[in-house]
Design a protein around this ligand. Structure first.
Ligand code: FO1
Length: 316
């Protein structure tokens, strides 16, 4: 069985761990958001690719949901001692090795997909981890500058990490997306898929960014597989992350129904054949099979059961 999962960071990575447990014999391909990527201190950092790789490879810090377990912060402290900006972004000592290897390979001319495969050779995630694109796409957030009162665009990481998403986002812009194409293997994976899953990742800055890569959405909806999504919103609130800060900026209601309607019914030009929502969430999404299921990934067993329910919704 060939399964393709569109994923962002922490929620997407945990969901992928459940898919791997639910379908141990399947060939699983993760198509991962790279819009969060950023260059800091001269190093290329790919948060969602790393979160997927570490989570599936057993290196993730489970409590933070990003970065390495058993991390130390000596280099970060030394950088701060030099007042070397940005001091607000946490670069762990172990995590730095990933960025050093990635940056060296990128500088040598390897595409991001090849770099990711090389890094995954160490971590053995058990799924194929593909960046959405080999071309750089960076999410920037348009906010109102507190001093001048004028709109300015800041990198997503500055908005999310430095400002904790407190600055109201007027818009999200994917810088570079027009020149981007799906990474090698992405279109092929959709064409060969028996099931396609949208992880409970941020519908705007994660799933939305992946779908914004020219040609990717077309390849997804042309897949012979059924497409099932998992709501990242439970009971009108996001389970984790900052989707509730992003959805209103796009005019999307912060509800399972709102996100389901945003993705839309595949039969009506949208994405979904099926939509998994929490058992207490009513969601009327015309043209889409809505399945009330336990959505909280509160344990490996619960996560596996959720993944199995999503796969079942694809094989109906
Ligand atoms: N998130 C934070 O809240 N604070 C940080 O200092 C931080 C550093 C960081 C470093 C590497 C990395 O791969 C991820 C990091 N993240 C941090 C998480 C990151 O902002 C998010 O994982 C995604 O970009 C949003 O899903």
């Amino acid at each position: 069985m060939q399964i393709v999962v569109l994923a962002g960071g922490t929620g997407g990575a945990r969901f992928l761990r459940g898919v791997r447990a639910a379908a141990p014999e399947a060939e699983i391909t993760a198509v991962v958001n790279t819009g969060d990527d950023v260059t800091m201190h001269g190093l290329r950092i790919c948060p969602d690719l790393d979160t997927v790789m570490y989570t599936l490879g057993g290196g993730i810090d489970e409590e933070r949901g990003w970065g390495r377990a058993g991390e130390s912060w000596t280099v970060k402290e030394e950088l701060a001692a030099y007042d070397a900006d940005p001091t607000w972004f946490g670069l762990g000592d172990r995590d730095l090795a990933t960025h050093l290897v990635r940056t060296r390979m990128l500088d040598a001319g390897y595409p991001l997909s090849a770099v990711t495969a090389a890094l995954c050779a160490r971590w053995q995630p058990g799924v194929t981890v593909l960046p959405m694109s080999d071309q750089r796409v960076e999410t920037h957030v348009v906010v109102t500058d507190p001093d001048s009162g004028r709109p300015q665009a800041i990198h997503f990481q500055e908005w999310w990490v430095r400002h904790r998403a407190a600055l109201d986002p007027a818009a999200f812009v994917q810088v570079g997306v027009d020149a981007a194409r799906p990474a090698p293997g992405v279109v092929e994976a959709f064409a060969a898929a028996d099931a396609v899953l949208l992880a409970p990742s941020n519908p705007v800055v994660s799933i939305g960014t992946v779908l914004g890569v020219p040609g990717l959405r077309e390849a997804l909806v042309a897949s012979p597989a059924r497409i099932a999504g998992v709501s990242p919103v439970v009971g009108g609130a996001v389970v984790r992350g900052m989707a509730d800060r992003c959805l209103p900026a796009m005019g999307i209601e912060v509800s399972a129904e709102g996100v389901g309607r945003h993705y839309g019914a595949r039969s009506d030009g949208g994405l979904l054949d099926a939509w998994l929502v929490a058992e207490d969430d009513a969601a009327d999404v015309p043209g889409v099979d809505v399945h009330p299921r336990p959505l909280m990934m509160s344990s490996p067993e619960a996560t596996e059961a959720l993944a199995r329910a999503a796969l079942d919704a694809c094989t109906r």
